[in-house]
Design a protein around this ligand. Structure first.
Ligand code: ZN
Length: 357
């Protein structure tokens, strides 16, 4: 430690090093919650093959964690997930963000890891004038505007998330079919959990990934603009002030409600087979619809000179017939991510079984 650093300087430096990188879609705690919940859904489901259940439980480590999800969210200090994560599924469910912040090379896509976590939809709008974020979110292209070929030059910049989900899914099926090693299966399961979850983060579907192009920010002086991304990511967990802690049960209730009580009643199977690429793209398009809501929440929170986090999480709108606050909306998106992870893991197991027989 250089002698010239004062104690305050050391504190500032430490705080800067602990700042999350932009690729952390749901934060370390969020990704751990999603993989634990997905494993619990499968472990509690009587229809889950015993061999898969054993593999998942071994990958999670201490099974007591699965019965303590509520305490993990509501009571456990945020700091518990900020050190090294448990080896196996939890570690691998966050590992892609660590590789992303290092711009690790991924030769299969002739790109770097950080580009695999998002897809900026506007860049595919047929009208070149509309390839930026519009204040009302109306520059969303149509799904048919996106070719299913990652070699299309636009993806190198726009991001490759749906292709990464498809590739990781295929790797998982191959690994399970070959039975190479539990560790390799956990790696692809954890990676699949990570990328599939990222697709439910609205800020990963847009060039307005930081919210700086929301009307409220455009109306402010440049230096007074406020990055909204992290507010819909780790702040619901990391802000341990009493006023935000008081909103955390709203997040948790919506998370549980959206899972449809499957945590205790056993999960139902999806009606149709999931195409890893297409279902991912659909989640990104759905999330894009929420960007104007998040922009308006930002306007509520930025009425004064400082960001009012309580106003942000309390901002509520009618969505699909339900009154949802931003705290609830985050619970809903993360629960949908959990269900997608659960369904893809289960389907990958069945695909692997089929390819062996
Ligand atoms: Zn990510």
């Amino acid at each position: 430690m250089p002698k010239t650093l004062t104690a305050a300087g050391v504190l500032l430096l430490s705080a800067a090093l602990l700042q999350p990188v932009p690729a952390d879609a749901w934060s370390r705690k969020g990704h751990v919650l999603i993989i634990r919940s997905a494993v619990k859904l499968l472990a509690d489901d009587a229809a889950t093959p015993a061999e898969l259940r054993t593999l998942l439980l071994e990958g999670i480590g201490d099974p007591a964690k699965l019965d303590a999800l509520e305490a993990f969210v509501l009571a456990e200090p945020y700091g518990s997930t900020q050190g090294p994560l448990a080896a196996g599924l939890e570690q691998f469910s966050f590992r892609p963000d660590e590789l992303g912040s290092k711009h690790s090379r991924v030769a299969a896509f002739d790109n770097t890891e950080d580009r695999l976590h998002y897809l900026d939809l506007e860049l595919f709008h047929p009208d070149p004038e509309r390839r930026g974020y519009a204040p009302d979110g109306s520059n969303r292209p149509r799904p048919a505007d996106l070719p299913r070929d990652w070699h299309d030059g636009r993806y190198a910049k726009a991001g490759l998330l749906p292709f990464r989900v498809e590739q990781v899914y295929a790797n998982l099926v191959r690994s399970l079919a070959a039975g190479t090693s539990a560790e390799e299966a956990w790696l692809w399961m954890g990676f699949l959990s990570h990328y599939a979850s990222d697709t439910f983060q609205p800020f990963h579907s847009t060039v307005n990934y930081d919210g700086l192009q929301c009307p409220v920010n455009l109306a402010r002086e440049k230096e007074a603009r406020y990055n909204l991304h992290f507010e819909f990511e780790d702040r619901i967990f990391s802000d341990e002030s009493p006023e935000i802690r008081a909103l955390l049960p709203e997040f948790w209730k919506q998370y549980r409600d959206t899972l449809g009580d499957t945590l205790t009643a056993g999960a139902t199977r999806p009606a149709a087979r999931l195409d890893p690429y297409a279902s991912t793209l659909e989640a990104l398009f759905d999330g894009y619809e929420l960007l104007p809501v998040l922009c308006r929440a930002g306007a509520d929170a930025l009425k004064g000179p400082a960001f009012d986090r309580r106003a942000w999480f309390a901002h509520a709108e009618d969505l699909d017939g339900h009154r949802l606050s931003v705290a609830r909306l985050q619970g809903q998106r993360m629960a949908l991510a959990t269900l997608a992870v659960r369904n893809l893991l289960r389907q990958a197991w069945d695909d692997a079984k089929r390819s062996r027989s």
